[in-house]
Design a protein around this ligand. Structure first.
Ligand code: ADP
Length: 796
C-alpha cells in the first residue's frame, strides 16, 4: 500500500507541480503516458479531461482515479510524473524504493488505431509542428470535414493540444483514418536525401563532372533507341508506364510500384545488399524503363539522392576485350572527366551512397554470374565481367546502389543471393496499351481505329501487353487495318507483318517480275538471317563490319532498317545491332527455315534446351550446325551463357510459327517444298517428344488422390510453340497423351499471351481437368483468353 499512500500524502505537492504553471500541458503529458501504457481506459481519460473545467479539478480527478486503481497504477503514475517533471521537488518514490518503470510499447501494433494509442506521447510530439499537413491529408482522403479541422485547430489550443485533439478525432473516425495519420508521419520522417543530410557540398570538379555526365546521359536517352532505323520518337512523347510489382509478397506494399520505388527502400528483403533486379521478358520494356530513369535523373526530375549515375549496357560490355580498373570502367564506358580524374574517382569511392549504377541486360552478358573471383581493390585491373560481378556482390564499392535488368531465366539463385529485392516488369496493362497507341499516333482518328481493331482481336490484344509487340502492331497500323479480322493471331504473324512493312516502305525496288514480297527480298533475309543465327550462337548482339561482310550483308540490306547503328562508346568502333533482340531471334528462325546451309540436326538441337542444361553444357546448337571454319569464337573457357536458352526458345517458337501451314504459301518459291515438309515434320516430332518428356514426369497418384501434373516453364514454352503452328492436329496429338485430373501451372510466368496458347492447346484434352494458375499474371485479359478451354476445365 506504500505508493498508493504516497499519492494521498503528496497530493498537494503533486497538484502544485502539475498545475502551478497554469498550463495543462504537464497534466496532459502524464495522461498521454498513462493512456499509452493502458493504465487509463478511454473512458477514464474522458472523465478526467473535461474541457472547460478548471485545471486543478481535472488533476484532482486523476489523482482520485489512480488512487482507487491501486498500487500498480499509482506506481506507474509516479513513473509518468517523473518523466514529465523530472525535477519536481517533494514528489517521488525514489526514497520509498518503489520502482515502477514505463514499458516501451512495440511500434508495430496490430491495428493503426492501437498504434495511435500506444505511441500517443511521441505522436503528439511529432504532430505538433505539422498539424496543417496532417489535416490536409485527412481531408483529401475524405476522413475529415472542414468542421473537424476547425475543431482541432481552435485558437485556444496549444499546438500539442491540437495534436491531441486531432488524435482523439481520428480515433472516432476509425482504422483507415488512423492509417492516413501514421502514413503522414512516416512520410515526414523519411530520411532526407543523403545529400541534404550530410549538408554535403561536392567539390567543384565533381559538380563539373556531374554536369557533363548528366548532359551526356540526357542526350543518349531522350530518343527511343529502337526507332533509330525508322524514325525518331522522343521518349517523353511515347513513354508509357509498365506494370511493376515486387517479386515477393510484402505486407506493407499493396498495389503497383512507381518508377522511383525501384531504387527506394520499399519491399527490401535483404538490407545488407545494394542490388535491385528488374526482371521481365524480352521486349517487356526493361531497357526503356532504365532509359526513362536515366533521363529523369539527368533532368533532375528523379533519383536526386544520387549525385552521379553510371549507366552500363551488358551488351556493350561484351565487346570490351581489355582488362580494366574500376576507374577506367566508369570513365571510359560512361563519361570521361576533362580534368582531375583522380580527385573525382576518390570522391566516388568515398561517397558510395551518392552513386547509382545501372546494368542493362545481364542476360546478354557472355558470362554467367559467378562469385568465384573476388576482387576488392578498386585500382586492380580485371576483365569487365569480374568487375561487374564484384560490384553486384558488394565486394567492390559496397554501398553503391545498383539496378540490374535481366530476363527471368538468366537470374540464377547464386546471383539472387546478392539482391536487396526483385521487381517484376510485367509489360503494359490494358489501359497502358490504350495509352501507348494514343501516344504513338498523333492522329486521334487512327489511334481509335487501331484500338478498335485490337478490341475485335483478343489474341492480338493479348500480345500487345508486351511493349515490343505493341510497338510493332502500332507501327504497322496500315497492314493491321488492311488485313482481315482475326488474321493476326500469333507472335510470328506480328513479326512477319513488320518484315513486310519494312520491306515495302524502305524498298525502292519495283516489283516488276510479279514476285511475292519475300521472294523479292530473299537475299536480304538470308544475309541478315545468317548474321542473326551466328550471333545467337556466339552470344553476340553487336556486329562489326567484318561480321557483316562474312555474312554477305550489303549496304542495301542495312538500309532496310532491321539493323541500327550501335552506339559503342567504349571502342568508338562502328557496329550494328538488330532493332531488338527478338528481331534477331526472328531472323535466326527465318534462316533456319529458309537456308539450305543449315545442318539437318539444327531443328532437333534447337528444341533440346532442357537436355543441354542438364548436361551442364553450353547450348551449342547454332554453332554445331555451322561448318567448323564458320564457327564464331566462343567465350573463353567454354562458360555457359545465361542468354542462350531463352534466345533458343524464342527462336524455336518462331521456327514453329514460320513452318505453320498458314505461312507455307510464302515460302513456295523460296525453298523446295520437300525440304519444307521435312522441316515441318522435324518440328512436329520435336514438339511431340518434348511433351512426352513432361508427361513422363507425372508421378503415379497415391490411392484415392487425383492424378496431378505440376508443369514447368518449359512445358508452357512447348505449348506456345504448338500455338504458333496453329494446326489443330498437332495440338490434338500433343494433348491426346495427357491424362491428368489436375494441371498445376503455378509460377510459370503466365500472362495473357500464354493464356491464349494454353486455351488453344488445352481445348483438345480428352478429359476435363482442374487448372491451377496461382502466382502468374493472368489478369482479366488472360481470363478472357482462357474462355475457349473453359468447357474442359472442371475448376480454375
Ligand atoms: P527489353 O529491354 O525488356 O527487351 P525494350 O525496353 O527494349 O525491352 O522494349 C522494346 C520496345 O518496346 C522498345 O523499343 C519500345 O519500342 C517499346 N517499349 C518498351 N517499353 C516501353 C514503354 N514503357 N513505353 C513505350 N514504349 C515502350
Amino acid at each position: 500500500m506504500f505508493v498508493q499512500k504516497l499519492v494521498l500524502r503528496q497530493r498537494t505537492e503533486i497538484l502544485n507541480a502539475l498545475c502551478s504553471s497554469g498550463s495543462a500541458e504537464h497534466l496532459e503529458q502524464v495522461l498521454d503516458i498513462l493512456l499509452s501504457q493502458g493504465e487509463l481506459t478511454w473512458e477514464d481519460y474522458q472523465n478526467i479531461q473535461v474541457s472547460g473545467r478548471a485545471l486543478h479539478c481535472n488533476a484532482r480527478k486523476l489523482l482520485d482515479l489512480v488512487y482507487t486503481k491501486g498500487e500498480d497504477t499509482c506506481g506507474l503514475f509516479f513513473a509518468a510524473f517523473k518523466r514529465v517533471l523530472p525535477d519536481a521537488k517533494g514528489v517521488g518514490t525514489s526514497s520509498s524504493g518503489c520502482s515502477s518503470t514505463l514499458e516501451e510499447k512495440e511500434e508495430h501494433q496490430s491495428t493503426c488505431t492501437e498504434t495511435l494509442l500506444t505511441q500517443r506521447p511521441s505522436l503528439v510530439e511529432k504532430l505538433r509542428g505539422c498539424i496543417d499537413g496532417a489535416l490536409e491529408d485527412l481531408v483529401t482522403s475524405g476522413h475529415f470535414t472542414s468542421a473537424d479541422c476547425c475543431e482541432v485547430q481552435l485558437p485556444i489550443h496549444t499546438p500539442c493540444q491540437q495534436a491531441r485533439r486531432l488524435l482523439d478525432h481520428v480515433r472516432s473516425k476509425g482504422e483507415s483514418a488512423a492509417k492516413v495519420v501514421l502514413q503522414f508521419i512516416q512520410h515526414k520522417q523519411e530520411p532526407v536525401s543523403p545529400l541534404n543530410q550530410e549538408k554535403l557540398t561536392p567539390p567543384k570538379e565533381v559538380l563539373t563532372y556531374q554536369k557533363k555526365l548528366s548532359s551526356s546521359i540526357s542526350a543518349q536517352s531522350c530518343f527511343l533507341s529502337t526507332y533509330g532505323g525508322t524514325s525518331h520518337m522522343s521518349l517523353d512523347d511515347i513513354y508509357t508506364d509498365g506494370q511493376l510489382e515486387l517479386a515477393h509478397n510484402c505486407v506493407d506494399v499493396h498495389g503497383p510500384l512507381g518508377l522511383e520505388d525501384i531504387v527506394g527502400a520499399v519491399g527490401t528483403v535483404n538490407k545488407e545488399a545494394d542490388t535491385v533486379l528488374v526482371s521481365g521478358e524480352a521486349g517487356g520494356g526493361k531497357s526503356t524503363l532504365l532509359q526513362r530513369l536515366h533521363l529523369l535523373w539527368a533532368r533532375g526530375a528523379a533519383l536526386q539522392d544520387f549525385l552521379l549515375l553510371f549507366p552500363f549496357s551488358c551488351r556493350r560490355l561484351n565487346s570490351e576485350q581489355r582488362e580494366l580498373s574500376l576507374q577506367e570502367l566508369l570513365f571510359q564506358h560512361c563519361c570521361w572527366p576533362d580534368r582531375q580524374q583522380e580527385e573525382i574517382f576518390q570522391f566516388i569511392l568515398d561517397h558510395p551512397h551518392l552513386i547509382l549504377f545501372t546494368f542493362d541486360g545481364l542476360d546478354e552478358l557472355k558470362q554467367s554470374f559467378s562469385d568465384e573471383h573476388r576482387l576488392c581493390c578498386p585500382t586492380q585491373r580485371a576483365p569487365v565481367h569480374i568487375l561487374l560481378f564484384n560490384l553486384i556482390q558488394g565486394s567492390l564499392m559496397k554501398g553503391v546502389r545498383k539496378v540490374v535488368t535481366s530476363r527471368p531465366e538468366a537470374a540464377g539463385p547464386l546471383f539472387k543471393r546478392h539482391l536487396c529485392k526483385e521487381v517484376l516488369l510485367k509489360g503494359f496493362s490494358p489501359s497502358g496499351i490504350d495509352c501507348f497507341v494514343r501516344k504513338h499516333h498523333s492522329d486521334a482518328h487512327v489511334a481509335a481505329k487501331v484500338l478498335e481493331s485490337l478490341r475485335t482481336n483478343t489474341a492480338l490484344l493479348g500480345l500487345c501487353h508486351s511493349p515490343v509487340l505493341c510497338w510493332i502492331v502500332s507501327q504497322c497500323h496500315k497492314e493491321l487495318l488492311g488485313c482481315g479480322e482475326g488474321s493476326l493471331q500469333t507472335i510470328t504473324d506480328v513479326y512477319l507483318m513488320i518484315l513486310q512493312n519494312f520491306f515495302q516502305h524502305k524498298s525502292s525496288l519495283k516489283n516488276t517480275a510479279g514476285l511475292c514480297w519475300l521472294e523479292q527480298h530473299l537475299q536480304t533475309v538470308l544475309h541478315l538471317g545468317k548474321l542473326a543465327f551466328d550471333g545467337i550462337g556466339a552470344t553476340c548482339y553487336i556486329f562489326s563490319g567484318t561480321d557483316l561482310e562474312t555474312c554477305g550483308v550489303t549496304e542495301k540490306d542495312i538500309c532496310m532498317g532491321f539493323l541500327m547503328q550501335s552506339k559503342d562508346i567504349s571502342t568508338h568502333a562502328e557496329g550494328y545491332e538488330f532493332l531488338h533482340l527478338t528481331m534477331q531471334c526472328f531472323f535466326a528462325a527465318l534462316y533456319i527455315v529458309l537456308s539450305d546451309n543449315t545442318d539437318r540436326s539444327t531443328i532437333p538441337k534447337l528444341f533440346e534446351t532442357r537436355k543441354m542444361k542438364e548436361a551442364g553444357q553450353s547450348s551449342r546448337c547454332f554453332i554445331a550446325c555451322l561448318p567448323s571454319t564458320d564457327q564464331p569464337q566462343r567465350p573463353s573457357g567454354g562458360e555457359t551463357t545465361a542468354a542462350e536458352t531463352p534466345n533458343q526458345q524464342i527462336t524455336a517458337t518462331f521456327v514453329s510459327g514460320l513452318l505453320s501451314q498458314r505461312h507455307r504459301s510464302l515460302w513456295l518459291h523460296c525453298c523446295p517444298s520437300a525440304v519444307m515438309e521435312k522441316r515441318v515434320r522435324q518440328v512436329v516430332k520435336c514438339l511431340s517428344k518434348g511433351m512426352q518428356k513432361h508427361f513422363k514426369s507425372i508421378p503415379q497418384p497415391v490411392e484415392g488422390e487425383k492424378k496431378s501434373m505440376h508443369a514447368m516453364p518449359g512445358f508452357v514454352w512447348l505449348i506456345k510453340c504448338i500455338y504458333e503452328m496453329q494446326e489443330d492436329r498437332v495440338a490434338k496429338e500433343a494433348m491426346s497423351k495427357l491424362e491428368v485430373d489436375h494441371l498445376k501451372l503455378t509460377y510459370c510466368n503466365i500472362g495473357p499471351v500464354e493464356c491464349t496458347a494454353l486455351a488453344y492447346v488445352l481445348q483438345h484434352l480428352r478429359n476435363p481437368v482442374g487448372l491451377q494458375l496461382d502466382n502468374n499474371s493472368v489478369g482479366d485479359v488472360g481470363v478472357e483468353q482462357l474462355l475457349p478451354c473453359m468447357h474442359i476445365c472442371n475448376s480454375l
